[in-house]
Design a protein around this ligand. Sequence first.
Ligand code: SAM
Length: 268
Amino acid sequence: MLVYHLPGTFETREDHLDLLWEAGATGLEERAGLIRAYFDTQTDLPADISDGEWRDEADQDWQAEFKANLRPVPAGRVTIVPPWLRAEVPSTQVLLIIEPGMAFGTGHHATTRMAVEALSALDLDEQTVLDVGTGSGVLAIAAALLDARYALGVDIDPVTIPIATENAEQNGVPTGRAAFMVGTLGDDLPGDVVTDGVFDVLVANLYAELHDLLVGAYVGHLRAGGPLILTGILVSKLPLVHEALDREGFTDVQVRTDGDWALVTARN
Ligand code: SAM
């Protein structure tokens, strides 16, 4: 397998990704400070992306390797694991099983981990929780396992809904406690007969520009005084999120970071 190793990340080399595709890359991956571009044949590359190195790598079962390297992810009171590692979770922790698959949200990304930690720091007993951009369902399921009365996960990508539903079943969450539907804010949330569209807690792992667009809708779906948990935010994009929260009158804004990623909590 022919792989071109280009120093940098998708963020630092954003302007160069198109050049890789135009040069014939069949796939791009970011790993350990490198962009790995897969090619069928070695080719001359433009000057802007010529600082990399061609490697002929032995074919590997990347999926098997990825699965073998997964470890349990502690996040506050919760530990997130794939099904085959469940026995490694101490009984003092809330066990959250997520099957690694096609939807984002195994817990291995800093944003997911920080969001589960933020949920775990709240008293969710009898609370309702809206999870915008649910992916694997991990945040809605975490909320249900942390005693929320009802968690609704919405996602614009229909592929995620059966995956999230299955993950909830795998965790023994009763159907009435967690529900998942295709959609976003501004939709009527038609599957949501429990809350009338207004929730005690709103969590969203999206990205800064989308939080900026959706922040008005967050107000509409969050009860007055309810905590808002936003992540998926690059530290460099924090000012955009601060401005958006100020604009809508959110207060008590607090930030925590993990590497390049930030999580912001606030109240309306
Ligand atoms: N909640 C999971 C987690 O924390 O690991 C997954 C987060 S993943 C970064 C973002 C998810 O948001 C994706 O599944 C994507 O399809 C979904 N998404 C993107 N834009 C959206 C929007 N406007 N409304 C709802 N979901 C959206």
